[in-house]
Design a binder for this molecule. Structure first.
Ligand code: C2E
Ligand code: MG
Ligand code: MG
Ligand code: MG
Length: 285
């Protein structure tokens, strides 16, 4: 039956659908070349310690600077990269970039900044060779393993297979830190927290935005923070947008925060300049 259908299949696609499919093919071909052409960039968003305001961590966020279309958000091209399996190559490139940058910050500034790297579910469940190459790359760099925080979403934990378990255990054994990203959205299940050892829990910005005294968002954040601390995890709130949210979260005992209220994601050079400025004695600031 499939064979019969196959012959006339194209009749079911409207011209608009065909145009869209063609556009996707073109974009994935461009994405395939983007790495070699140096069009991908890693930006860093500072993460502050809530109690002191000091920059102690950062999150690495990939961007694509398309020659004609300008900056393209990962929200647009990561799903395409996953579909086309380009995610392995991109993920490896991001990982190497982060390791190289972090090692330089230690060498040049004596600053150990823990950097969060986003990793797609596919990178955990498949792509063993690319995973192994990332680990090898890390071995060749003088970087405390702990400097890298692997950020995974609950999507990575959905399939209960051995590969996922083995990979996460290996990351832990090698000394990398693990964070559960976007906590509270998606397929939140507390069983993941029982099963795996996360050092950090990142509260999704859906709970952090519009946070006011007495709001349900705040109540949820307080509950998540208390739970995380009981389980010996530290909490990073993402998407902190204003002073109120920052103050409420600090008061609720949130350990770390990131968001446009503090800093936008920025190129490595800008982040380095920021670190240098913050490290200067007060008189020079
Ligand atoms: P995420 O890991 O949850 O990253 C946080 C996102 O929130 C980033 O969006 C960041 O720019 C944004 N953000 C931070 N503070 C604020 C704020 O105050 N307000 C608002 N409105 N947004 C804020 P971005 O850079 O567009 O990345 C989106 C998602 O793309 C990430 O969500 C992550 O899931 C994925 N992603 C980014 N880089 C990579 C990567 O290298 N590999 C993979 N696999 N995924 C990536
Ligand atoms: Mg993240
Ligand atoms: Mg997140
Ligand atoms: Mg998020």
């Amino acid at each position: 039956a499939a064979k019969q259908l196959g012959r006339n299949r194209f009749a079911y696609f409207s011209p608009a659908m065909q145009a869209r499919a063609q556009e996707r093919r073109r974009t994935s071909e461009e994405l395939r070349q983007a790495i070699a052409r140096g069009e991908l960039h890693v930006h860093y968003q500072p993460i502050v310690e809530m109690e002191t305001g000091k920059i102690v961590k950062a999150e690495a966020l990939v961007r694509w600077r398309h020659p004609e279309r300008g900056w393209i958000s990962p929200v647009e091209f990561i799903p395409l990269a996953e579909e086309t399996r380009l995610i392995f190559e991109i993920g490896e490139w991001v990982f190497r970039t982060v390791v190289t940058d972090s090692a330089r910050w230690i060498l040049e500034q004596g600053r150990e900044i823990q950097v969060g790297v986003n990793v797609s579910p596919l990178q955990i469940s498949k792509g063993g060779a690319s995973f192994a190459r990332c680990m090898d790359f890390l071995e060749t760099h003088a970087l405390p393993r702990h400097s890298i925080i692997v950020e995974i979403t609950e999507g990575s934990l959905l399939q209960h297979d051995r590969t996922v378990e083995d990979r996460l255990r290996e990351l832990g054994e090698r000394g990398l830190a693990l964070a559960l990203d976007d906590f509270g959205t998606g397929y939140s299940s507390l069983s993941y927290l029982q099963q795996y050892r996360f050092e950090f829990l990142k509260i999704d910005r859906a709970f952090v935005g519009n946070m006011k005294t007495g709001s349900r968002q705040l109540a949820l954040c307080k509950t998540i923070i208390a739970m995380a601390h009981t389980l010996d995890m530290r909490v990073i709130s993402e998407g902190i947008g204003d002073a109120d949210a920052a103050e409420l979260l600090r008061h609720a005992g949130c350990d770390f925060g990131q968001g446009f209220f503090f800093h936008q994601p920025m190129p490595a050079e800008a982040f380095e300049a920021l670190l240098r400025a913050r490290a200067a004695p007060p008189a020079l600031r």
